[in-house]
Design a protein around this ligand. Structure first.
Ligand code: ZN
Ligand code: ZN
Length: 185
């Protein structure tokens, strides 16, 4: 009777160990598939947990957990998108501030939503960022650095002096900074 119980316990234990071994192998196979497309790495990972004796492949599992790629493919993709967006913001240009689509630094308007991206220099017609106070090519101060003026469009003969007076007042600290640049000319 006691002997039979021992055999039964042994069989149950053996089956349990076998199931554990199998599920660990399956789990590792699924997990590594999410983390790499490199098939040799997939085979190696499964082999690491396979080669230990059934039921005792927990060390193999621990080894795998320590050495597996940190990010799943999905996480790595999300991270690369995040970094790309950050780089674009740092570079000031590269994406439309309104619709976030990619733009070229030569673009005057966004091709997707028609947002004005750049301002043309009143003198030399180079494209200027809205954050710039003066034209880097000819030194001309940008009139009304804070707004988005339409060069040539909104300049009736009567309204011009009032507009010109307002411009330097609004951007006075910035204009002072731009002054030495103009003297160098
Ligand atoms: Zn846009
Ligand atoms: Zn200019």
């Amino acid at each position: 009777m006691g002997q039979q119980l021992a055999v039964l316990a042994g069989v149950v234990g053996g089956v349990w160990a076998l199931l554990l071994w199998l599920s660990i192998v399956v789990w590792v196979y699924r997990d590594i598939r999410d983390r790499t497309r490199d098939s040799s790495l997939q085979v190696l990972s499964v082999f690491v947990v396979l080669m230990f004796f059934p039921g005792f492949n927990v060390p193999g599992l621990a080894l795998y957990l320590m050495l597996r790629p940190r990010d799943t493919l999905e996480e790595a993709y999300a991270r690369s998108l995040e970094e790309e967006a950050l780089l674009r913001e740092l570079g000031d240009e590269g994406s439309c501030p309104s619709c976030r689509r990619l733009t070229d630094k030569d673009f005057h308007y966004c091709p997707s939503c028609q947002t004005q991206l750049k301002d043309a220099c009143a003198k030399c017609k180079h494209l200027l960022s809205f954050s710039w106070v003066a034209c880097p090519y000819c030194g001309t101060t940008r009139p009304g650095a804070a707004r988005a003026p339409q060069p040539g469009a909104a300049q009736p003969a009567g309204g011009q002096p009032a507009y010109r007076d307002e411009g330097p007042l609004q951007a006075s600290p910035a204009t002072q900074e731009a002054e030495p640049v103009r003297y160098q000319h």
